[in-house]
Write a protein that binds this ligand. Structure first.
Ligand SMILES: [Zn+2]
Length: 457
């Protein structure tokens, strides 16, 4: 007989099989589920491989709006220069080169960055940012001194700048820039832009009918730029901007400038340029050669970085108890006065200021540049007798000085007007020379350039 000890395992084995079969039967529905789940995944995977019908494509998510990274509060001060000289300037369109160098240094001292035309345009067009307060330098016309004098100074400072050239005054000899000089300007940080073909007043129709006027304007805007691109385009320095000759334009000129595809056009109304400024009417501060007028306002962004007090000194003062006092500095002829005498005595009373360093005083007058004034330290009275009849309608005077021990220049500037009939008002004549005859061939330009005998420093 089979011992129990051997039967038991067999029995257990049989029981095990029975239990296994029984449990497999119970497991069958679960396996089905697993199988179905696996099959379903496969179906989904297959579906994913099927091309998607256009109607099944969900709408794209709303694009993330990328605000241009630009400062719309930034302001640019654009300077306008013309010609330069190593001598004394007797014409507001010509600046002494050392005065120019001092101005470039003043920009640096004021920690104002100088931007290029391309940077300016990219900011205006919302493409890239510029510093909150910065300066742009432009030089008009194409005088040879742009190359022989200004270029070296600008390179020393590493400042970018723009030259506005007019086609009819390029490479024609005399004091015009040669093509080679324009190229060197382009290589030295200069942007080349247009200042028209003929440098005429674009608002003057000159008897042209509508069609002829339009055709002429198109020539000035389109041909001038075509010429620059053809001649200097390979330098990569030509940028499509335009400076109106004399800063003058009208609505038709604006339209044609826009049609011609200019990115910006420049005038001569001195003010800071904000982001909202109209692209076809960008202002510039034209720096005057004899008085340096416009330079200091150009650099004044309101923080008083460069000059102080000029306007304050000439204005009435309010004392702490609210009482009004006279200005600290009084001048003659008074600011904005209209005078009938073309030979006025210019007087400045500095007696209320303490500690003015007499050696630091510099007086500049329209048409004369820096002049040799008299200063009486005891009375604080400064005088200068205009030695040649003023032939300008508006005469600007600028006085700068320092207080002893200070490095900062105080500046006082004002203008007065000459009555156009002054020549006939002989009773106003108080100074010698009043009855000198007008020089032969006297012109507006002669008025800006007094004879060399002018005792200018
Ligand atoms: Zn010009």
């Amino acid at each position: 007989m089979i011992p129990v000890s051997r039967l038991l395992p067999a029995g257990l084995a049989a029981l095990g099989i029975a239990l296994f079969v029984s449990s497999c039967e119970k497991a069958a529905p679960y396996l089905d589920q697993v199988k179905k789940a696996l099959d379903r995944e496969t179906e989904e995977e297959q579906a994913a491989r099927k091309p998607i019908a256009p109607e099944d494509i969900p709408p794209p998510p709303a694009p993330v709006k990328m605000e241009p990274v630009i400062n719309k509060e930034a302001r640019v001060s654009i300077l306008g220069y013309h010609d330069f000289t190593e001598g004394t300037s007797t014409n507001d369109m010509i600046l002494n080169i050392e005065d120019f160098r001092r101005q470039m240094q003043a920009i640096r001292d004021a920690k104002l960055p100088v931007i290029s035309m391309r940077q300016f345009l990219d900011w205006k067009q919302g493409k890239s940012d510029i510093p909150a307060e910065c300066v742009m330098i432009t030089i008009d016309d194409g005088w040879k001194a742009t190359h022989t004098l200004a270029l070296g100074v600008l390179k020393d400072f590493g400042y970018p700048f723009t030259v506005f050239l007019y086609k009819n005054y390029i490479n024609i000899g005399g004091r015009s820039l040669t093509h080679e000089e324009v190229r060197e300007i382009a290589q030295g940080g200069g942007t080349i832009s247009s200042h028209s073909v003929s440098h005429q007043n674009l608002s003057r129709r000159g008897g042209r009918g509508d069609a002829a006027y339009d055709a002429w304007l198109r020539e000035e805007f389109i041909e001038s730029m075509r010429f620059l691109e053809e001649t200097y385009g390979d330098t990569g320095a030509v940028v499509k901007t335009f400076a109106y000759p004399f800063g003058i334009y009208n609505d038709r000129a604006l339209e044609i400038a826009r049609e011609a595809g200019y990115e910006a056009c420049f005038t001569v109304n001195g003010k800071k340029t904000g982001w909202e400024e109209k692209d076809m009417e960008i202002g510039r501060y034209v720096v005057h050669g004899t008085t340096l007028a416009n330079f200091d306002p150009a650099l004044d962004f309101g923080g008083g970085a460069v000059t102080t007090g000029g306007r304050k000194l000439l204005a009435e003062q309010k004392s702490e108890d609210g009482a009004t006092q006279g200005p600290l500095v009084t001048v003659k002829p008074e600011a904005n006065a209209v005078i009938g005498n073309r030979l006025p005595l210019v007087e400045v009373d500095l007696s209320k200021l303490t500690g003015v360093d007499p050696a630091s005083i510099v007086l500049r007058i329209s048409g004369f540049g820096r002049v040799a004034h008299q200063f009486d330290a005891a009375s604080g009275r400064l005088t200068y007798q205009i030695p040649q009849r003023l032939r300008v309608e508006t005469c600007a005077v600028q006085l700068s000085f320092r207080h002893s021990g200070s490095k900062e220049n105080e500046l006082i500037g004002w203008t007065f007007q000459i009555d156009p009939l002054a020549d006939y008002l002989s009773s106003e004549a108080t100074a010698p020379g009043k009855n000198d005859p007008l020089p032969a061939g006297s012109t507006e330009e002669a008025a800006l350039a007094p004879p060399a005998a002018t005792p200018a420093l």
